[in-house]
Design a protein around this ligand. Structure first.
Ligand code: GLA
Length: 373
């Protein structure tokens, strides 16, 4: 008897030690139409956690300790699910079927032209008016253990938002004990199509968006970026960053050059809203960016397999977005680092291809790794 109890206690101890990171399911309320939104919170033993909700497979919160162990949210977002539809700003959402812009809201594939809805001036933005961010995804499975994990899926019907092929999209969020949050996007298609899935988290390392991000130091592992026309569509040029406000090869405060009106690209973007070409080989998981908040001591390293990364400084936030912790979000209150292929790739044979064929697996993997300095 005694032995059995001891054995059971040992097993329990062993089990809890092995199950350091947990995935916990919960509710995130309902939309105005009554649809229920679920949540899964991944948490580790280091005080880091991430909440994912089924609406848009959205990363709704990321709690990370600062240098003094204070646990605060480092992402922007909403407290209520309906706000993600009523006041959409892509906070933490999974973007698809095509993240970023497609010029003139159309593209050709195998000789056929596909017309999309123009929802950003003349262009298609983030998969159209009802992209993947506004769909309710299905939780496929969750796992606790040395790593906590949740996988969600969404099946986009053939022709949805103008895109050809039924696309089966998945996303897996994984949190480990090294404070690394990994996001793996995957997709397969029934017909040739274009795809670019990414996460649109808005980061502010100060914690609970206490301050803007102008003092955050950013490093971008990019020798070149893709300049854009006045509608934010790449011109096709791959311009060296050297000698421009786009040179983040050494850690530089976001605010240092963001108001440099001599630079036409800064003027067009109202700051930074550009695709940087990540150094090294796409497909390899490599460091794309490092962000550091000198005040809180939080550091975030972004590793990615994608060829490009969109660096956006929240230029469209105008103080009318009321988010978590009763914060009104204003321009420059966060930065986005969205790994993916280049904007408008479906219209540019010279850009890394966005094409996906039946029988092939699309993959886009990224890691947001947190530490303190
Ligand atoms: C992306 C775009 C921006 C803007 C935001 C969403 O990052 O590049 O221009 O549309 O999404 O507001």
């Amino acid at each position: 008897m005694k032995n059995t109890i001891l054995g059971a206690a040992c097993l329990l101890l062993f089990a809890s030690a092995a199950h350091a990171a947990t995935a916990t399911s919960g509710s995130f309320g309902a939309l105005a139409d009554g649809s229920k939104i679920e949540s899964v919170t991944l948490a580790n033993d280091k005080g880091m956690s991430a909440r994912i909700i089924t609406l848009g497979a959205t990363l709704q919160a990321v709690i990370v300790p600062d240098k003094n162990g204070r646990r605060e949210d480092v992402t922007l977002g909403y407290d209520k699910a309906q706000d993600y539809l009523t006041r959409p700003n892509y906070f933490g959402v999974s973007v698809g079927r095509y993240a970023n812009r497609i010029g003139k809201a159309r593209f050709s594939l195998d000789g056929k032209t596909y017309a999309l809805a123009a929802n950003d001036g003349p262009n298609s933005l983030h998969g159209g008016p009802k992209g993947f961010d506004k769909r309710i995804w299905t939780i496929e499975n969750t796992a606790s253990g040395p790593e906590a994990r949740v996988t969600l899926s969404y099946v986009s019907p053939d022709g949805e938002e103008g895109f050809p092929g039924q696309l089966r999209a998945t996303v897996t969020y994984t949190l480990n004990e090294q404070n690394e949050l990994r996001i793996d996007y995957g997709a397969t298609t029934s017909r040739p199509t274009v795809v670019n899935l990414t996460n649109h988290a808005y980061f502010n390392l100060s914690g609970n968006a206490a301050r803007d991000v102008m003092g955050h130091l950013v490093t971008l592992k990019a020798e070149r970026f893709t300049p854009v026309d006045p509608t934010l569509i790449p011109t096709g040029e791959r311009r060296p960053v050297a000698g421009t406000p786009f040179d983040f090869r050494k850690p530089t405060a976001i605010g240092a050059r963001i108001r440099d009106a001599r630079n036409a690209q800064i003027r067009i973007g109202r700051g930074y809203d550009h695709n940087f070409i990540v150094d090294g080989k796409s497909g390899d998981m490599r460091t794309a960016a490092i962000v550091e908040d000198p005040v809180s001591g939080r550091v975030m390293e972004v590793r990615a397999t994608a060829p490009g990364i969109q660096f956006y400084t929240g230029n469209f936030m105008d103080g009318t977005y009321f988010g978590k912790n009763n914060r009104a979000y204003r321009q420059g209150d966060a930065l986005c680092l969205e790994p993916g292929t280049f904007p408008d790739a479906p219209n540019r044979a010279d850009f890394p291809s966005a094409r996906l064929d039946p029988g092939k697996a699309y993959i886009n993997a990224m890691i947001f790794a947190f530490r303190n300095r």
